[in-house]
Write a protein that binds this ligand. Structure first.
Ligand code: GCW
Length: 677
């Protein structure tokens, strides 16, 4: 018996190895469907575009039933495009209050089949009614902090030419429940509100509408002056208020379901109400008043910092807390997850534990400005869920950020690269953002396996597990080899890629320099935000204020964020802070190097072009991890004067060999790029 069993297993294993890897087409993202065997009968009540899309998707990509019936129902238990799935034998029913809800139900069925999950009766209502991408796309076609090519939006051709990629973009978003998009950069050009660009925007809105996606625009606060030469943009000026009302009317005439405005004001040089002695509330409320008759909203960003206080991490709270309750009902304050700026890890922004009388939404960064651009594998759900599941203690224990916010925005990583995101694993971040915005109870690992099964197809369990583990650990690995223990903002000037803790640009703002944040000196390392320092810890509700503010109780992962720690300080582990720092950098480096090995082991099971594309980037990532490790430890060692455990450093000869290996990387004959081109 045992002999037979072993023989069978060996035979199966042989078959598995010999199986041709599933083909991967970069441009298809997680929608790598293979045509199902039998064709399902899809019953819809109407042939409006959204239902036509749902029917076509099911007909082409779902085979786990004989019949699927899509039914609009009046059911208050299904708000915000929620849906219900009922299973009766070989018939499946999708019910929803809206046609978009039925479309989401259709993509749910297709996802179940593609991910190998059983279709079970269920009711799904989205965690957030507004699930929105922010494209930092400029109208000249460039993308700020974009690493996947140029902007998708071909403004010069629109509205006459409508690229087929716009519908593909909408389909990808609808398949993961994203229902809104801001087309342009928050460093907004006033030009976006010209009548010419409103017509172009309307053409895109027409494509997105059947997929349930509403269009929003980032606006420049000085638009009345830039576009129509008004003498001021003062929000209390009657002519300015009228200008915005007229502009809103013009937009809604062209785009009846326009979503509203996203605003970066009085931040990094952008104009705003403070230029006219007014408040953020004055500015936001003026725009809100213009949009209110049309049901539009204003998303007003809290990403502000000016030399008003010695600590940049305190400034959003200082500027916005006093305005609590002053914003109009259709204003939502959009706050980055952390107080500074999308670092590999930050404590949550204290605003999420305050502004009890103000609508709030979170801004997460999908594009990897600070986590390796499109070269590093950094699966971001573990960072995002760490933030969303944090307790702010605003109303005592159990005041989670995920329940506090009413919407969630992601700064997009999408460009016109053939596979949309350049790094194939960056697609997983776009995917996961949409899925978390729909269901904020999902976990990093469930998202990783869901994405792997749809994108890479059915793999042997151990191979899938290896890839999922790589994804699950990748964010912590990036933190370890870039900025462990609460270090932050020690990246290179300008492009923000690579280490530069020594960076000192003459004349630059001090709070743009790494030394402002790491504060390395002969005594220690880290920014003192405790009671003896900037007292930023006081912006957190009890007991977090004292938990973070006391070096003994502060969690290791935030230690150098909140404290200037002596090099020989004894950590919870019993090691000195210096040794803990060396260990963290060494751990991150080792993990990045291990990913290269892990991916080699997966080679027989992965599409060759995909494998090459990822292998090349994992090599770069391992190289960069070594670069971060050595650069930071050798730089900080100048201050600590303490030994680095030799095993963690390459000697010069090995270092040269290492760099040569990377710089002379033998690109595969086929370039290994076609997965992307
Ligand atoms: O992260 C910083 C970026 C800027 C960005 C700014 C912001 C769009 O370096 O490129 O500008 O924040 O969030 O407004």
């Amino acid at each position: 018996m045992m002999k037979t069993l072993i023989t069978t297993c060996l035979a199966l294993a042989a078959v598995a190895c010999s199986q041709k890897p599933n083909e991967y087409k970069g441009e298809l993202l997680w929608l790598q469907y293979t045509q199902p065997k039998n064709k399902v009968c899809v019953v819809v009540q109407d042939t409006i575009p959204t239902l036509q899309i749902a029917r076509n998707e099911l007909f082409a990509n779902f085979s786990k039933a004989d019949t699927v019936r899509l039914q609009i129902v009046a059911d208050a238990a299904l708000p915000n495009d929620g849906f219900r799935i009922a299973v009766g034998g070989k018939t499946i029913d999708i019910e929803a209050q809206s046609t978009v809800g039925l479309l989401y139900g259709a993509y749910h069925l297709i996802r179940c089949e593609a991910a190998g999950a059983q279709v079970r009766p269920t009711t799904e209502v989205p965690s957030y009614a507004l699930r929105i991408l922010n494209h930092w796309d400029n109208i000249d076609g460039t993308i700020e902090r974009g690493y996947a090519g140029k902007s998708l939006w071909q403004w010069d051709e629109l509205p006459a030419v409508v690229s087929p990629r716009y519908a593909e973009y909408a389909r990808a978003n609808a398949s993961i429940g994203i229902n809104a998009t801001v087309l342009n950069n928050v460093n907004a050009s006033p030009q976006i509100l010209s009548d010419e660009y409103i017509r172009k925007t309307a053409a895109l809105a027409d494509v997105f509408r059947p997929y349930g996606i509403r269009v929003y625009l980032s606006v420049n606060f000085s638009s009345p002056m830039a576009l129509d030469s008004l003498p001021t943009a003062d929000p209390l000026d009657k002519a300015v208020r009228q200008w915005w009302k007229d502009k809103a009317d013009e937009i809604y005439k062209a785009i009846p379901d326009f979503g509203g405005f996203l605003v970066k004001a009085n931040s990094e040089g952008l104009p705003g109400p403070l230029d006219f002695g007014r408040s953020h509330a004055d500015g936001a409320n003026m725009l809100a008043e213009a949009l209110a008759p049309h049901g539009g909203i204003v998303m007003w960003r809290a990403f502000v910092y000016s030399p008003s206080d010695a600590d940049r991490a305190k400034q959003a709270y200082l500027e916005f807390e006093p305005l609590d309750g002053q914003f109009a009902d259709n204003v939502i304050i959009q706050t980055k997850n952390g107080p500074i700026d999308f670092q590999p890890r930050e404590p949550f922004s204290p605003l999420f534990g305050h502004l009890a009388k103000t609508r709030q939404m979170a801004e997460l960064q999908i594009t990897q400005e600070y986590t390796g651009h499109s070269n590093h594998l950094c699966f971001l759900p573990s960072m995002w869920l760490e933030v969303l599941n944090t307790d702010t203690y605003e109303h005592g224990e159990g005041s989670l950020i995920r329940d506090k916010i009413e919407a969630i925005a992601g700064v997009s990583n999408v460009g016109d690269s053939a596979n949309w995101c350049a790094h194939p694993f960056a697609q997983a971040n776009w995917y996961a953002f949409g899925r978390i915005a729909w269901n904020n109870r999902l976990t990093t690992d469930s998202l990783a396996t869901e994405w792997i099964r749809q994108t890479l197809g059915k793999l042997p369990n151990d191979v899938e597990r290896k890839i999922a583990d790589m994804m699950d650990t990748s964010h912590e690995t990036v933190v370890d080899y870039m900025m462990p223990l609460g270090l932050h903002h020690i990246f290179a000037w300008g492009h923000h890629y690579g280490p530069e803790p020594w960076c000192a640009i003459p004349g630059a703002r001090p709070d743009w320099m790494p030394s402002y944040y790491h504060c390395a000196d002969s005594l220690g390392l880290g920014f003192d935000r405790s009671y003896s320092g900037s007292r930023a810890c006081e912006q957190y509700n009890a007991p977090l204020d004292s938990l973070y503010g006391n070096i003994q109780t502060c969690p290791d992962k935030y230690l150098l964020w909140f404290h200037h720690v002596p090099w020989n300080y004894t950590m919870h582990s019993g090691r000195t802070m210096w040794d803990e720092l060396c260990l963290s950098y060494g751990r991150g480096l080792a993990a990045a190097e291990q990913y290269v090995q892990t991916w080699n082991e997966c080679r027989p099971y992965v599409d060759p072009l995909l494998w090459n594309s990822v292998a090349r980037r994992l090599d770069i990532q391992a190289h960069d991890a070594r670069w971060w490790h050595d650069a930071c430890l050798l730089y900080f060692q100048q201050f600590s004067k303490m030994p680095i455990q030799q095993k963690t450093l390459l000697n010069l000869d090995d270092m040269m060999k290492f760099h040569l290996r990377i710089s002379n990387y033998e690109c595969p004959a086929d370039g290994g790029m076609r997965a992307e081109n």
